[in-house]
Design a protein around this ligand. Structure first.
Ligand code: TXA
Ligand code: MG
Length: 352
């Protein structure tokens, strides 16, 4: 165990003495958790194989699932990627800094462990002043998977990072709640047409507007477990976002969903289970269970995304046995929200 340093920083004007302290750990091969606009990441020097091995270890992440490499300047992509297609340049101009990760073939400077032995690398430039300052001050690209134990919901608060990793990492930069709340969209540019491997903070519709053609990998929209051959992204086949409690997602028209959730509450209560309901502002008052929490208005998907992982963790802290979650629309950010919820539920989906 090591002592994990907690450094509170201003999200807009990060104090440089604290950034320097954190960057010193990165330069020496250490592990630093930091906020991005999506979720907190656990950072290590992407070009230091030893540091990356300890990153996998701290997260207990399988070695076949590579992290995303974060840069503070679009120019850095040219060192990490073997070639940068014209489409990538277009996407980088439009969406960086921001929640879009691009997959390239990687250059020879990238250690094999950083990319889990693949020919490709995932790169993004985050839209967060703390993240950008840390990368710049460290003087290297920073590999950063979400800063949770493998399989758990991603952290949107520094407190979540500490719940999972306290004593196993050198420091966490605490700048409060992350803005988007679900991870970046992962877009594979090594195939034609480009393919979304993970829906996220950049909506599919926004990519469609810019690119002539772009596809959604079937796993991104799946409502059941698909075979591993279809899983082009290594992360697709691993367990994800799962709280300790069992999760059920109820999907359909809102009136039918409310009825179905109430039926399920009664059924689980009858077996003596402690029941939590993940509702929305519109439906919140329709339920009586051991814990009822609202994600926000179902018409404001940005709020739902921001609250999702935090509330899943809150239910765990309250030791509920089962979480019954309402589905939302799959438009815009809704595609990422439903992807995370369905995975959290292990595809235990009830059609109302
Ligand atoms: O918003 C985010 O993307 C956050 C913040 C911290 O930036 N990071 C994040 O990283 O979610 P992580 O490691 O938890 O998820 C990375 C995803 C995984 O699904 C992984 O399989 C996929 O990106 N990935 C990484 N390298 C890849 C590659 N070369 N080809 C295909 N998928 C890749
Ligand atoms: Mg993750």
């Amino acid at each position: 165990m090591k002592k994990t340093l907690v450094l509170a920083v201003d999200a807009q004007n990060p104090e440089m003495d604290k950034i320097r302290k954190a960057a010193d750990f990165i330069k020496r091969g250490g592990l630093v958790a930091f906020p991005t606009e999506t979720v907190y990441g656990l950072g290590a020097d992407a070009l230091n194989a030893t540091a990356i091995r300890s990153l996998f270890e701290a997260k207990r992440r399988p070695l076949d699932n590579p992290p995303i490499v974060h840069v503070c300047d679009a120019k850095d992509v040219y060192r990490l990627a073997k070639t940068v297609p014209a489409k990538a340049e277009l996407l980088m101009r439009r969406f960086w800094p921001g929640p879009l990760t691009l997959i390239f073939e990687h250059s020879s400077i990238v250690p094999s462990v950083t990319v889990a032995g693949l020919d490709t690398i995932a790169v993004r430039m985050p839209r967060h002043d703390v993240a950008l300052a840390l990368i710049k001050e460290s003087g290297c690209p920073i590999a950063a998977p979400s800063a949770n134990l493998a399989g758990k919901p991603s952290p949107t608060l520094a407190r979540h990072v500490l719940e999972d990793l306290d004593g196993h990492i050198d420091a966490v930069l605490d700048a409060g709640l992350t803005h988007i709340g679900v991870e970046s969209t992962v877009l594979d540019l090594t195939v034609d047409p480009p393919q979304v491997l993970r829906p996220g903070g950049t909506p599919f519709e926004a990519l469609l507007k810019l690119l002539e053609r772009v596809e959604l990998n079937p796993v991104a929209t799946a409502n059941k477990i698909l075979s591993v051959e279809k899983a082009r992204s290594p992360g697709m086949k691993h367990k994800h976002y799962a709280p300790k409690a069992e999760v059920v997602v109820v999907e359909g028209d809102i009136e039918a969903v409310v009825d179905r959730v109430n039926e399920l509450i009664a059924r689980y209560k009858a077996c003596g289970k402690k029941v939590g309901v993940l509702a929305t502002n519109e439906t919140f008052k329709s339920y009586s269970a051991d814990a009822v929490k609202s994600l926000g208005s179902r018409r404001v998907l940005a709020d739902v995304a921001r609250n999702l992982f935090r509330l899943l963790r809150e239910f765990d802290a309250e030791n509920v046995d089962v979480i019954i979650a309402e589905g939302v629309s799959t438009e815009g950010l809704g595609l990422a929200i439903m992807n995370r919820l369905r995975k959290a539920a292990g595809y235990n989906i009830v059609k109302a």
